[in-house]
Design a binder for this molecule. Structure first.
Ligand code: SAH
Length: 229
């Protein structure tokens, strides 16, 4: 639809205003039909650069934020990516436009079902939506070149750090619930050193970078916030 192409261009312009420079990311934002991932009654707001309710108290992220996270993940076409927090499925499709394989995990089965249905109608519909606690990662397809978490947790979940490939990036909002949070990037830098007994011991290191202040819904799970908090 020519109309929606023009409106998606508004989202691209917003992402640029937020400082996103990666042309592949901007092209993905200009291509993925956000209107297919919001409730029908909100379709006219799909091209506003803001979060929108998708049911069960959750939101589809602000497009400029999806773009910033995708850029921060430094994706290459063959990358294997895990998204934590499928929500509407929109962010997963943006990631799929940039990487070779995307698995997205959602703790709410109702949202996962809707995300699966919305993704099935799309050209790059081979995104896998699984149900579970994403703070435990998804070991079946690990290791990942990038893991993108779309809800804010108190700290980077150890299983996610462990499921990063050497050089892999974990992009995630970290901070208190309903308070200051920062988008963080943790990059796994693997070095192997030889121990005194001659056996090689993997020595894992992570570089952490604070990218920008953000506000996200809480990450609920074993390595997130408790469901009652
Ligand atoms: N990427 C989504 C944004 C959804 S908001 C989109 O583009 O629409 C964050 C989502 O994270 C919510 O759907 C919430 O249910 C989910 N979530 C929170 N904690 C989670 C966990 N531990 N594992 C998986 N999903 C989680």
């Amino acid at each position: 639809m020519a109309g929606s192409t023009g409106q998606l261009a508004d989202l691209v312009a917003q992402a640029r205003r937020y400082g996103v420079r990666d042309e592949a990311v901007l092209a993905a934002i200009g291509t993925v039909p956000r209107q297919s991932f919001v409730p029908r009654r909100l379709a006219s707001a799909a091209f506003d650069d803001g979060p929108l309710p998708i049911g069960e108290g959750q939101t589809i992220s602000q497009p400029a934020m999806v773009a910033m996270m995708a850029e921060a993940a430094q994706l290459r076409p063959d990358d294997r990516v895990l998204e934590v927090g499928a929500g509407s499925g929109y962010g997963a499709l943006v990631l799929r436009a940039l990487a070779g394989r995307v698995v997205t995990i959602e703790r709410r089965p109702g949202l996962a079902g809707k995300a699966r249905a919305a993704l099935a109608g799309q050209g790059l519909g081979d995104v896998e939506v699984v149900v579970g606690d994403g703070t435990l990662g998804w070991p079946t397809e690990a290791p990942y070149d990038a893991i993108v978490v779309t809800a804010a947790g108190p700290e980077p979940p150890p299983p996610l750090l462990e499921q990063l490939a050497p050089g892999g990036r974990l992009v995630m909002p970290v901070g208190e619930q309903h308070n200051t949070q920062f988008l963080m990037r943790y990059t796994r830098t693997a070095t192997t050193h030889v121990q005194d007994d001659g056996d090689p011991a993997p020595e894992e290191e992570y570089r952490s970078e604070r990218l920008t202040a953000v506000r996200f819904v809480p990450l609920i799970g074993a390595h997130g916030f408790g469901p009652r908090r």
